[in-house]
Design a protein around this ligand. Structure first.
Ligand code: AP5
Ligand code: MG
Length: 216
């Protein structure tokens, strides 16, 4: 099964992705995670994308499309993949359609997680991520058992550089201008499932499972 996770910053894409991977065994492809790894390792790509991410702006389409196209050509994605944070512009969506058609495959479901902006800011600012296994927590909504420490691997939690309130506001406005039009794009393709992301994490996951069905 091939899935796109769509939704504004802080909607819960990464949180739900962790559960979807566990339940369906799909390969999780998060462009944001790939960029952050490259920034941490100071690669050429990392140097190119850092200034955009720090400002809450989108990385230029040409850098993202090639990266995802290469990733989708690898063997492991044949068992099913989940794109998280891609596509983010109409251009990216059109390019994705071309790549998938060349590969003889398609997107089965676009999971669109809907959350209002006032809630998004609190979610992003309170988010904490594990340095070790990348698990996502929230200081209030999904706290670890021991403050600042990952439940599963015991490593320290950190806050993303782009989770400052001002940057989050920019990211939300970039989402509204450039990414939200994708809801119409996929509604026309008739493969979108709109999910109420304002419920608790487990209820959101139940709704996603109902939308995806039991296929793997
Ligand atoms: P990216 O990493 O994709 O960030 P994003 O889209 O802004 O989304 P987030 O990761 O912030 O939120 P999320 O929806 O995953 O929420 P999460 O589950 O963590 O992109 C970062 C940057 O990279 C972009 O700004 C851009 O610069 C660049 N980039 C990436 N892809 C690109 C592309 N295709 N084109 C161009 N540029 C690109 O949850 C958030 C918090 O809320 C957590 O603390 C969580 O515990 C909590 N939470 C989750 N669900 C719930 C719930 N139901 N109730 C209460 N709390 C919840
Ligand atoms: Mg995320």
């Amino acid at each position: 099964m091939n899935i796109i996770l769509l939704g504004p910053p802080g909607a819960g894409k990464g949180t739900q992705a962790e559960q979807i991977v566990e339940a369906y065994g799909t390969v999780h492809i998060s462009t944001g995670d790939i960029f952050r790894k490259n920034i941490k390792e100071n690669t050429e790509l990392g140097k190119k994308v850092k200034e955009y991410i720090d400002k809450g702006l989108l990385v230029p389409d040409e850098l993202v499309v090639e990266l995802v196209a290469d990733r989708l050509m690898q063997d492991d994605v044949k068992k099913g993949f989940m794109l998280d944070g891609f596509p983010r512009t109409i251009f990216q969506a059109e390019e994705l359609d071309k790549v998938l058609s060349k590969l003889g495959t398609k997107i089965d479901t676009v999971v669109n997680i809907e959350v209002n902006p006032d809630i998004l800011i609190e979610r992003a600012v309170g988010r904490r991520i594990c340095k070790g296994d990348g698990s996502t927590y929230h200081v209030k909504f999904n706290p670890p058992k021991k403050e600042g420490i990952c439940d599963t691997c015991g490593q320290a939690l950190y806050q993303r550089d782009d989770d400052k309130e001002e940057t989050v506001k920019n990211r939300i406005s970039v989402y509204t201008d450039q990414t939200k039009p994708l809801i119409d794009y996929y509604t026309k393709q008739n493969n979108i499932a709109n999910i109420n992301g304002e419920q608790n994490i487990d209820t959101v996951f139940e709704d996603i499972k109902a939308a995806l069905g039991s296929d793997k």
